[in-house]
Ligand binder design. Structure first.
Ligand code: AMP
Ligand code: MN
Ligand code: MN
Ligand code: MN
Length: 276
């Protein structure tokens, strides 16, 4: 168990729990410091803050920004952002309006594969009408028997050349890091082990991320294997990046790791919280 969990989702993006329910679960599980990092949205932070004060949890204002970098989709977490910052708010609003168009295109693609009504179906699973994403389509597809569970739905749909997947241009890496920085936050590259990068691409990404103002990488995350904890601990040290820890919890039964269910950082990593 870790007292820090610096990556989590609520119904304001694709999580299953309302911000206050997420905070209650974190408190119950012994998490002392939680970052709420909804995709491309900060609207859950006010409710989370009020609940955190009641439950005696330190809440970190966070966000997880969707990025397109050299045709790879990456996620950059911002920790300690100011949700009121205009540049951040405007940037996130742009991404959300792109999401609306993407959701329509995803629904057309599924329609062509013989699956009707997915836009309405996905919206019914979304707690935030501005934030309809693949998880909401995935829940709709499971609900209608097109796949067994959330993991298998992403093998048959919503990825690669499968029905429901549409290429999308997110923010640039420079924009995401810039918005996080200008709002006072610390940019952290999320679940880096998930990206399909060769050694040259990984080197280029970490160098560029650092040059643009990136501060840390997730080393211990629900998306990494034990081997990746070690290898990403080494990359963090090699590139002089701080190390972060986060479950990426989306909801009971939907996530590999529960809130705080995380091992310690490998020896030699400098944790992000040392710079707070
Ligand atoms: P989006 O930002 O709308 O493209 O959706 C990305 C989200 O889909 C991620 O944050 C995960 O919550 C979910 N997701 C992506 N791939 C998978 C997968 N293989 N299994 C379960 N959830 C996934
Ligand atoms: Mn998600
Ligand atoms: Mn992510
Ligand atoms: Mn996430």
């Amino acid at each position: 168990m870790s007292q820090f969990d610096l990556h989590s989702h609520s119904t304001c993006s694709d999580g299953l729990l309302k911000p206050r329910e997420l905070i209650a679960r974190a408190a119950q599980r012994g998490v002392a410091t939680l970052a709420l990092t909804d995709h491309d949205d900060v609207s859950g932070l006010a409710e989370a803050r009020a609940a955190a004060a009641q439950q005696g949890i330190a809440l970190i204002n966070g966000v997880e920004i969707s990025v397109t970098w050299n045709s790879h989709t990456l996620h950059v977490v911002g920790l300690h952002v100011d949700p009121e910052n205009d540049e951040l708010a405007t940037g996130l609003r742009q991404i959300r309006s792109g999401r609306r168009r993407r959701a329509e295109a995803m629904a057309s693609s599924l329609e062509q594969a013989g699956i009707a009504g997915s836009l309405e179906g996905a919206r019914a699973h979304a707690g935030n009408p501005e934030l309809v994403g693949r998880t909401h389509f995935a829940r709709f597809l499971v609900e209608h028997g097109h796949a067994r569970d959330l993991q298998s739905v992403f093998r048959k749909y919503l990825t690669g050349d499968k029905p429901g997947h549409v290429p999308h241009q997110w923010a640039s890496l420079e924009q995401a890091v810039g918005w996080i920085r200008v709002s006072g936050g610390m940019p952290v590259l999320a679940h880096p082990g998930r990206y399909k990068l060769d050694n040259t691409q990984r080197e280029a990404l970490l160098t560029q991320f650092k040059d643009l103002g990136g501060a840390g990488v997730e080393v211990v995350t629900g998306s990494h294997t034990a081997q990746q904890f070690t290898s990403w601990g080494r990359y963090a040290r090699h590139y002089g990046l701080l190390a972060s820890v986060g479950s990426d919890f989306h909801g009971p039964g939907e996530s590999y790791r529960d809130l705080g269910e995380l091992p310690a950082l490998p020896a030699g990593c400098v944790p992000v919280w040392e710079q707070w």
